[in-house]
Write a protein that binds this ligand. Sequence first.
Ligand code: NAD
Ligand code: ZN
Ligand code: ZN
Length: 368
Amino acid sequence: MRAAVLEAPNTPVLIDDIDIRAPKRGEVLVRVVACGVCHSDLSIVDGSFPAPLPVVLGHEAAGVVEAVGDDVSSVAPGDQVVLTPLPACGQCYFCTRGQPTLCAVYGASLFSNLLPDGTSPLSRRGEIVYRGLATAAWAEKAIMPEAGVVKVDADVPLEVACVLGCAVQTGVGAVLNTAKVEEGATVLVLGAGGIGIAVTQGARLAAASRVIVVDPVAERREAALTFGATDVCDPGADDPVAMAFALTNGIGVDYSFEAAGQAALIEQGIMATRAGGTIVCVGAPPLEQGISIPMVVGFTATEKKLIGCLLGSVYAQRDIPRLLALWKVGRLDLEGMITQRLPLAETEAALDSMRRREGIRTVLSVGS
Ligand SMILES: NC(=O)c1ccc[n+]([C@@H]2O[C@H](COP(=O)([O-])OP(=O)(O)OC[C@H]3O[C@@H](n4cnc5c(N)ncnc54)[C@H](O)[C@@H]3O)[C@@H](O)[C@H]2O)c1
Ligand SMILES: [Zn+2]
Ligand SMILES: [Zn+2]
């Protein structure tokens, strides 16, 4: 099959022929229809997150089931599915405590770029090719564990639904699942790329009273206003912390979401959040970045909460249908987030768009 392959950090991804094996017991072979481009893919390409190489990236995908292995019961060939990089086994310590994104069976695949059994279903001339971010969907086909595909109705347009696979489940989930933002709350969103826009939509779904969105790109700030932002801030012109206080009667926001992937912005979020408020780390800063909390006793005494968020604490089998239902009744805008479509052959051009901060989300059209 054709796939976009990264051979070395900071080199263009190139389209090549690679081999994909048949699905084993409990696995599904999916014909990929569409796959978005996420900054987490770019972070592997530009070396911010080291990954074993060569690797096929792409983890925001939807497609059609082509074949199933033994014991697969929830989907059959011909079914339309949304893929999720973080399936849940439902039975491990974490799943049984309602924390499916920490699943002991499937969680490690996101970082190992291998299947849970430590192998990859991909190869090229007999050599291993890694399964990037537990999906590898910048390719004509993908092997997923059964729990990593969610069946969707035959009339759902897959080239739209694919953005549920990462950006939307992450951003909306950060608000509804991870932070559990309550009606009327005030929210600060740092970053308005695909993830930040989805956080903004989540805040609108949660009926937040103020949603302040910060991004240096004017086009993205304007877009944010159409996805639920009540106020926008250009960090080059105005101080987001001062603005957060000015817009909340000097109290600070109830919730801050870092959605740009810069550790310094987590510190900004801590500053902008009120006593007793919550700062959610959604962005994935480069490995070498950390944060510091000056006068940490102030953090202690103000009872602030700093929490991590992986894939919006998603439970995909519950949340993908729920998000699609919200889309169907017009409360969640998926089409509006997709500002460019390119063929798989132009994956590198799609990465360039993200580097130049153009549009919001690029979706690769892979097959039909
Ligand atoms: N936690 C998770 O599970 C998860 C899932 C998906 C993506 N991510 C991470 O989320 C981050 C965002 O991903 P994306 O695909 O939306 O990326 P993106 O590149 O599309 O968006 C990042 C945005 O941050 C903005 N930004 C830059 N400097 C800023 C500043 N000083 N203040 C406010 N905004 C600023 C950029 O202009 C851009 O619009 C990345 O780090 C990505 O790896 C995390
Ligand atoms: Zn992603
Ligand atoms: Zn589990």
